[in-house]
Write a protein that binds this ligand. Structure first.
Ligand code: MN
Length: 157
């Protein structure tokens, strides 16, 4: 009987220490260099993503630079950039996928590129958010063409 009580108490302590579902899906703290910016539209993002413009496009530099914070589980819809895009990850964990290629995992310090007019998406991992700087060059060719959402099947595989 005494053994049973000890085993039961140990089991209860073990269970109490397990992360609950809500904690697993709650965003973990990710450090930011910049203010979060404006919440991205549901037309272009699944979940909560916040964008801040750092360098607006002008006729001399024709390059957009900005920051996006993706909360855990948030991601862009599929889209293309007519002149390509560079992503620089400053914190957290996320994903980037060029259509037809395996999904890449990205973490702080990683750099990813997308060639012109290739469909891709980027976003946070399910349990940890991601901070990314983006650079979009040659804006005279266009900036972004938005397409359909990334399905859960595509995101979680
Ligand atoms: Mn992109």
């Amino acid at each position: 009987m005494k053994e049973f009580v000890i085993v039961a108490a140990a089991l209860l302590m073990f269970l109490a220490c397990q992360p609950k579902e809500a904690e697993l899906t709650t965003k973990k703290e990710v450090e930011s260099i910049f203010p979060s910016g404006e919440k991205g539209s549901d037309e272009f993002f699944t979940g909560n993503a916040y964008a801040l413009s750092l360098v607006p496009s002008d006729s001399t530099l024709t390059t957009l630079v900005g920051n996006v914070y993706f909360e855990a589980g948030a991601r862009s819809h599929w889209h293309t950039h007519p002149a390509g895009q560079i992503l620089i990850i400053t914190d957290g964990i996320g994903y980037h996928q060029l259509e037809g290629q395996p999904r890449q995992e990205l973490k702080k310090g990683d750099v990813a590129t997308c060639p012109p007019n290739i469909r891709h998406w980027h976003g946070a991992s399910p349990y940890t958010g991601m901070q990314q700087l983006y650079i979009i060059p040659n804006n005279e060719k266009g900036i972004v063409e938005w397409m359909e959402p990334v399905t859960d099947e595509q995101y979680f595989r």
